[in-house]
Structures are given as C-alpha cells and as structure tokens.
Write a protein that binds this ligand. Structure first.
Ligand code: NAP
Length: 269
C-alpha cells in the first residue's frame, strides 16, 4: 500500500492518528516543520504548510493524506497549501480535520473575531479544501478534552473563575477523533462533511465544577454573558453535534483517567 502522509502528525490529534496507523502496520510519513529521526518506524519529512516548502516532496508517492496541521492565524493557508498540493500530486483521498460549528458560529464584528474568530478561520480552511480540486472528506470534531483541560487549568489560576453563561460544550477524546480519521481515509472521498462529538453535552459551569472537584480545588464561579453574534450562536448550540455523539469517553473519565494524548506524547518523548 502507498504511504499515508499525516500533516500535523506531531500534534495532539496527529500523534494518535500516527500511532493507530502504525498499529495497523501502515507505511506512515509525517510532515513537520522540524523533522528529526525517531525510532518509531515513521518517516519524518521537513515541510511548512504556510510557505509550501517541502510539501511537494512530502507528497511524492503518497496514496492518501490526513491533515491534522494548523495553528491560530494560519488555518486557512495551511488547508489551502495542502489541498492544492494534494490535488496536483493526484492524491487519492485527503481527509481534513476541522471543527464542529465552522459554518454555524456567526463571526460578524471585531469582538466576534477576537473571541471566536477561530471558527471563521476554520470555515475558510474548509472552503479552501472544497475548492482545491482534491478528492476530500472533512471531519468536523468538537473540542478535545485536552483543550478544555488546558483552558480550565488557565482559568482556575484565578480565585474567581469566569463561566460563560448558557454556553455548552461536547468535549471529545482526541483518540476517538483519530480513530474516525483513520477509518475515513481508506473509504471513498465523501466530498462532504462528517461530524464527531463527545458522548455528553455539558454547560461550561458543569465542566468547570467537575474540573475543580477532580483537582481538589475550590473557586468562585462568576457568570459572564458575552455579547455579540458569535457568542449568541454558541449559546444556541452552534458548536454542538448531539446527533453525532460518537465519542466514547466522558469528561469525568478523562479527568480521573488522564489524557491518552498526553500519554502518547510522553511515550514518544
Ligand atoms: N484541539 C481541539 O480541541 C480541536 C477540535 C477540533 C478541531 N481541531 C483542529 O484539528 C487540528 C489539529 O488540532 P490539534 O489540537 O491536534 O493541534 P496541535 O496539537 O496544536 O498540533 C498542531 C500541528 O500542526 C503542525 N503545524 C503547525 N504549523 C504548521 C505549519 N506551518 N506547517 C506544517 N505543520 C504545521 C504542527 O507540527 P510541527 O510543530 O511539528 O511543525 C503540529 O503537529 C487543528 O486544525 C485544530 O484547529 C482541534
């Protein structure tokens, strides 16, 4: 079988995708900005999806691509560069990872952009994939447990913790997302969207309460109502996918059992 290229294969989701592909005995290539040899049976190649440097070489001889690369401010460029290059290289299937709500969270004002511009950026990335000529499937995932835990860890540094009123989240285990990406890549390109969310929808207040309990912390939660169209659309559930609550791990289980992504990172060194 031709090699599979995993872009973002050093990140939270990508590392888990790589581990699953390797377990299945697949030939895996990872594009990273800083390739170094590692004894894990994976070929690491240097490339940058903002400049395009190294991307054509990374795609040479590749059958399919799973894209887990991205960072704030460059999501659209990363998606565009990769998708166009994949189309030019004749890749059979590009599976792109995006976010639930990319199309539904309404980013209108400067305040919306400052607070929730991420969703708009991700939508532009999706559109770049759609228009690239590549054979594609986009998986939209909700927020990973790891991300929510990082955000909560930051917020609880203060004795008074802002809790966004009426906002709910559906955190998902990154490894459940990785499993879906791997399952999709061998199938036919959907030229459309697939969604995955965690098994439960929880108000932000409840996510924080469980986080504080698990860490043995006591904090005052301060209800904060954010203005703007983006916040209103999230209060209406634009970031949720209750019909695709396919994730297997709950927030409570993650808090007590630890992060699979963190364990994979530690194991890889
Ligand atoms: N985290 C979440 O809750 C969540 C939820 C839904 C969707 N998503 C989306 O899923 C994707 C992966 O998320 P993640 O949390 O796994 O990300 P992450 O841990 O932050 O990893 C980002 C990856 O992107 C790569 N990257 C960054 N800039 C790059 C560039 N210029 N060229 C090539 N590669 C570059 C990094 O590789 P190197 O540093 O090795 O170059 C790294 O492997 C992102 O697009 C994210 O928006 C995330």
């Amino acid at each position: 079988m031709d090699p599979i290229l995993v872009t973002g294969g050093t990140g939270t989701a990508g590392r888990l995708v790589v581990a699953r592909l390797r377990e299945a005995g697949r030939d895996v290539r990872v594009l990273t900005r800083s390739a170094r040899p590692r004894a894990d049976g994976v070929t690491y190649v240097t490339g940058d999806l903002t400049t395009g440097d190294g991307v054509a070489a990374a795609l040479d001889g590749v059958g399919s691509v799973i894209n887990c690369a991205g960072a704030n401010g460059i999501h659209e460029q990363v998606a565009r560069t990769l998708a166009r290059s994949a189309a030019a290289a004749g890749v059979r299937h590009l599976v792109h990872l995006s976010v639930v709500g990319a199309e539904r969270v309404r980013v209108r004002s400067r305040f919306d952009r400052q607070s929730f511009g991420y969703f708009d950026e991700m939508r532009h990335g999706e559109l770049a994939v759609e228009g690239s000529g590549a054979a594609w499937t986009t998986l939209r995932a909700t927020q990973f447990h790891d991300l929510i835990a990082t955000a909560a860890g930051f917020l609880v540094k203060s004795p008074v913790v802002p809790s966004l009123t009426r906002m709910r989240f559906q955190p998902v285990e990154a490894d459940d997302v990785a499993a879906r990406l791997v399952a999709l890549v061998d199938g036919e390109p959907h030229r459309g969207y697939v969604e995955i969310g965690g098994p439960e929808v929880l108000p932000m207040k409840e996510l924080l309460r469980q986080y504080l309990d698990a860490r043995g912390l006591r904090r005052v939660l301060l209800p904060v109502r954010l203005p703007g169209a983006a916040a209103a659309s999230i209060r209406d559930g634009a970031n949720l996918t209750p019909d695709h609550a396919d994730g297997t791990r709950t927030w409570a289980d993650f808090l007590t059992g630890g992060s699979l992504a963190a364990r994979a990172a530690a194991a890889r060194g």
